[in-house]
Design a protein around this ligand. Structure first.
Ligand SMILES: O=C(O)C1=C[C@@H](OP(=O)(O)O)[C@@H](O)[C@H](O)C1
Ligand SMILES: C=C(OP(=O)(O)O)C(=O)O
Length: 409
């Protein structure tokens, strides 16, 4: 399904958009609930990735297909490693078979896990024979993906002696590691993160029955920040349910988008985004996104839409996500008339004043390509190819854009 966005305007300034729970928090809590069924979760994400996670955890099958869900792939690899007397093959989409998992698999094997690569060394599909893991100390490279670290931490309290993880090199996507530790702490599992060493105590104390409410997804909110940044001064929109003390690193959007003239007001568990200042075309925005890689696409498109210069570093993880997001951004933004340069970890949007009309944007099976380019509908008419990819994280994305006045065909 392609969607054509005829040049649009935000019509319903006072509409309130409700986004469901964070995909990252949901996938962690779903795994913890499988380990500790006394936990209840509210506002679970309705994303494909969280539904796949739920389905995989409930499945008794010997073959689990996780499609494009990277977090689920990594978390379930750890989970099935400790399911005694169970053997599973875990596979995914063709892109999943290109997304590296060796660092996690080697760490699990060091702890005693029985995992075999069924196709290419270091990549899914994997055969996992569940076992009791006796060892408790492991070192791993921390600059490739934090998901490997979170995966180990999530099962750690079920290991006989807990876990002591030594992180080597520069640690990437740190807020996601802290999110995992906070969720463990909140259910009653003892953890510490000092220097480059994380420890998780074995679960000796019983975990109390409790209900955890997932905060809505900040990465999904990024597309509304982009919309407001490209709107006329005074335009505002309210989205729920958010809080100022978020576990999600992408809540840094509230700070980042001040530079794009957008203010954020927190009230009644909602955020109201308002365009307060017009942006000078000579503005240069410089950002290090190693802690918030999922909002890089949104920000690159906002800068292009406003015609301003933006230089982003810390993007080394983008090459191994749903697609090579650096190459995809360069290719698609340049079709619209942008001047972009990239390296393996940076992206530079040069200032420009032209936005071509009626260009078709390829999305490369990447939800964030579709959603990041959609706000440009305020500036020009644009076609988004395979627009249903959004369901990976935000199934009602197009409905919500229609609600605020977008003209979609
Ligand atoms: O743990 C998580 O929930 C995630 C961690 C990040 O991955 P990396 O650590 O691989 O950057 C992020 O990009 C992904 O969307 C979700
Ligand atoms: C990178 C992402 O997800 P995952 O790694 O879980 O596939 C994402 O949602 O942007």
């Amino acid at each position: 399904m392609n969607i054509y966005i005829a040049k649009s305007k935000i019509q319903h300034q006072n509409s309130s958009i409700k986004i469901t729970g964070s995909k990252s928090e949901s996938n962690r809590l779903l795994l913890l609930q499988a380990l500790y069924p006394q936990i209840k979760i509210e506002n679970v994400s309705n994303s494909d990735d969280s539904k796949l996670m739920q389905k995989a955890l409930a499945s008794k099958d010997a073959l689990i297909d996780i499609h494009h869900a990277g977090t689920a792939m990594r978390f379930l690899t750890a989970y099935f490693s400790i399911q005694e007397n169970r053997e599973v093959t875990i596979t995914g989409s063709s892109r999943m078979k290109e997304r590296p998992i060796k660092i996690l698999v080697e760490a699990l094997k060091t702890l005693g896990a029985d995992i075999t690569y069924l196709d290419n060394d270091g990549f899914p599909p994997l055969k996992i024979v569940g076992k009791k893991l006796i060892k408790s100390k492991v070192k791993l490279e921390a600059n490739v993906s934090s998901q490997y670290i979170s995966a180990l931490l999530l099962i750690a309290s079920k290991l006989e002696n807990g876990l002591e993880l030594t992180l080597e090199g520069n640690i990437t996507s740190v807020p996601y590691i802290k999110m995992t530790l906070s969720l463990l702490d909140s259910i009653g599992i003892e953890t510490s993160f000092i220097g480059n060493i994380i420890t998780v105590k074995p679960g000796i104390k019983p975990i109390e029955p409790q209900t955890l409410v997932v905060e809505s997804d900040w990465s999904s909110a990024s597309y509304f920040y982009s919309l407001i940044a490209m709107s006329d001064v005074g335009t505002k929109i309210t989205i729920a349910s958010y809080k100022e003390a978020s576990l999600q690193g992408d809540s840094v959007l509230a700070t980042i988008y001040k530079s794009f003239g957008v203010s954020t007001n927190y009230s009644n568990q909602s955020i109201t985004l308002q365009k307060t200042d017009a942006i000078d075309s000579k503005t240069l925005i410089e950002l290090d996104l190693k802690n918030a890689p999922d909002i890089a696409q949104t920000i690159a498109v906002t800068a292009f839409g406003l015609g301003i210069e933006c230089y982003m570093i810390g993007l080394h993880t983008l090459k191994i996500k749903e697609t090579d997001r650096l190459v995809a951004l360069k290719t698609e933004l340049e079709k619209l008339g942008a001047n972009i340069s990239i390296t393996d970890a940076t992206l530079h949007v040069k200032p420009s004043s032209i936005i071509k009309a009626d260009i078709t944007i390829a999305t490369y099976n990447d939800h964030r390509m579709a959603m990041a380019f959609a706000p440009l509908g305020l500036k020009t008419s644009i076609m988004i190819e395979n627009a249903d990819v959004v369901s990976k994280s935000y199934p009602q994305f197009w409905e919500d854009f229609r609600t605020i006045g977008f003209n979609l065909k």
